[in-house]
Design a protein around this ligand. Sequence first.
Ligand code: PNW
Length: 472
Amino acid sequence: MRPAMASAAIVASSDADALPAAAADRQFPKGFTWGTATASYQVEGAAKEDGRGVSIWDTFSHTPGKVVNDANGDVADDHFHRYKQDVQLMKALGVKAYRFSIAWPRVFPAGSGAPNPKGLDFYNRLVDELLANGIRPFATLYHWDLPQTLQDNGGGWESRDTAKAFGDYAGYVASGLSDRVHDWFTMNEFWVFINLGYRFGVHAPGLKLSNARANQAAHNAVLGHGLGVQAIRAHAKRAVRVGIADSTSIGVPVMETPAHVAAAERATRESNAQAMTVIREGKYTDQFLREAGADAPKYAAEELKIISTPLDFIGLNTYTGYFVAADPTKPDSYVTVPNPASYPHMASPWLNVCPESLYWGSRHVTKLWGSKPIYITENGCSSSDVPDKNGKVQDTDRVMYLRNYLGQLRRAAVEGLPVSGYFLWSLMDNFEWADGYTNRFGLHYVDYATQTRTPKLSADYYREVIARNSVL
Ligand code: PNW
């Protein structure tokens, strides 16, 4: 059932045949995978149901002063109970794929030890519902809801035991779902959960560790990723594909000359030294080790092999980029170019508008580390969405953002870069971490008092993009 369109007059029909010939130069490759994304703690709610354990985000959000308006994810979008309706929202958009995450404390309430099969059952139901509606599930195993017990005993990612526990959890989930789930991501956004959670204290668990301890936590996280990749493959019931969904930071050349392009590529390699670079190269860069000095992580050589276990595909969460120039005085170097105060951003102050990041991300990752299928596992934006008198959110800024970013992604595809799919963040407004419910990223407006979901103008736009396989 297609959702009602309050402003039908300004919305084109979904008749793909109506595409004018001139629009052919806006087409995506045949078979391109269009999707949407969410994450467990941000949408599920049902915080105490079916034996779910406590996560660090439960603890953090229930600590006064940590989240705007002291909001928490106890109910969120109530997706745990409304997933069938939410799958219908996806179907109405026409998406062919859905990226969701699995809440570790639903499956292992204490992080390790005895599993809770009832907790995994929610994902069995969700996967079955997706498949029954022709939507392909892409599962992420860690989108930041670490079991509190693992934080309490050993300091969460500060401990190698957490990396081992993640491997065990990943294997258990893979053995339960891999008969139907073919596509897997270990972890979401290393830089964000380590730095915001363990270094700057603004995300759970809210710690402000020394550089040495934060670097060790970052190392244990990528080690957990590698163990997870191996465990998923070892326990899979049939052939699977495994990757990451990383917030790889993207250096964008200030202008497209060979010198600036090379500089941006070097900057991208160095600025991801502790995540994508060590995962793809199996070593920390010389520059990172030199700069970290005594604060560099401690590890056995064998761990680098585990961390760099080959992947089947690469997921990039790309929202923005930073500008880079060549330094004419120093060959083989680069400088980052700061943005002026007037540089445009979306509702989130960090979300600078940088459509080129989608193109350069795909290009640098392919050039630096070789060709693997690339999925944009998140892209989207916050907007100060307010329903109009008909209840419709006219989020023209989000449509502007999407149009420009998709144009750059299409450029990557047309130039032969292996971009295979795109997951728009997010299907619906949800718990935006430390911003609580004040910052909205959804294609559907959620009225949290009634749990009503209403498609925004951007949902109409995305439906047309998918129907035509084209930037509009
Ligand atoms: C990502 N930053 O988070 C996450 O994967 C999502 O869960 C989240 O809702 C989405 O992007 C929108 O924020 C980020 O401060 C959080 O740079 C913060 C930053 C980047 C990404």
